[in-house]
Design a protein around this ligand. Sequence first.
Ligand code: NDP
Length: 444
Amino acid sequence: MTYVERVLADLKANNPNEPEFHQAATEILTTLAPVIEKHPEYEKAGLLERFVEPERVIMFRVPWVDDSGAVRVNKGYRVQFNSALGPYKGGLRFHPSVNLSIIKFLGLEQILKNSLTGLPIGGGKGGANFDPKGKSDGEIMRFCQSFMTELYRHIGQDTDVPAGDIGVGGREIGYLFGQYKKIRDEHVGVLTGRGLSYGGSLARTEATGYGLVYITEEALKVRGDSFKGKTVVISGSGNVAIYACQKVQQLGGNVVAMYDSNGYIYDPNGINLDVVRDIKEVRRARIKEYADIVKGSSYTDGCSGIWSLKCDIALPCATQNEIDKFSAETLVKNGVKYVSEGANMPCNLEAIDVFQKAGVVFLPAKAANAGGVAVSALEMAQSSQRVFWTFEEVDSKLKGIMVNIYHASEDSAKEYGYDGNYVMGANIAGFKKVADAMMAQGIV
Ligand code: NDP
């Protein structure tokens, strides 16, 4: 058994019933094998065993009172995974599916993603099995306040700086920040994704979606191509999907489909993003309404059918494991050339294999969606200096970071003999920096 195989076997035995964590660890560790072989000192230092074990896992009760006066209790989590490069950094997810396995898979991915940005941030993730859907504003506020009443003691601007994720947008960050400030009596950059009036950064809202499109644009550019005239399918209709759609359209691509968790819309004339934003951002309604409003479009119940639509570029931007082997094969059969992951782990391992074997340019999440956390780190820098940069300044830094990530991933893959394998490249490029820092800091 190799070192990597042994660490993976131990991880599965010691963390039973955590399939998402196993899936992410398997993807990461197996691709790191060539680096590990080159560095026998890592095994001696127990580097991988430490890398896959979170520095700290915090689980807590989140009690709150709903509008009818009934007491509700949810489970809250914060996994502080790795602080070798800087304060823990990673979003909070509020979704009924949240459990320890999902938070740990996201946290592990986050370590390498944050490293790839080149900014001084460690990896963490958190959330709750709370479903914001159908809740009133007051219920959301009371939940956020209760969540922060426990979380505040574990975070800080130089310790751990959470942000948003699924179910946690500007509104939730506002309530969370308000409660932190009240308890701690300090107005500091302890959360990112804050509103512009209280310390947020311009372009943070757009960052993940824009970044996803910038890195895909670079992949197209080095192949002498561009988004112009390309047919694009985007899953999801949340923060990442909406701004990915906006940037694709600005670059001349034609986005023909999007979905929410009930079903997908198809609009061969090109998605009218104003209508989607009004439905999803303003009215928090279902995307189904789009087909009633926009002539020539249609709505289909269920999500996975979206991948049977013909497209040149697929941008999965909703959630984990959206694309399985069958969907990947269908996309390939229909001529997809580029798949970039806006969501975290939207393609399962078999799907990635299908894309890579078919020669599709596949950009994995930790490279492709790093734009959000990159601008979060830029928000931290602005908070510390008490300055605000313009939209153009932040956007151009974001673009520079995404282009760098693309080339760092490409170069690392090449260096180890896996030309064109961006999964290997991103994992290796991200890991090397974390490994260096962990080795330098001793057994901690
Ligand atoms: P949002 O909550 O804003 O949007 C999520 C979207 O995905 C919604 O349209 C939602 O549908 C849909 N969705 C959620 N779960 C499912 C499901 N099980 N099946 C089908 N559709 C689903 O989240 P974000 O846009 O912020 O995040 C999307 C992904 O991007 C996540 O994987 C997140 O981890 C990742 N990400 C986000 C970053 C950010 O900056 N926001 C940064 C990096 C990664 P509905 O409206 O019906 O709920």
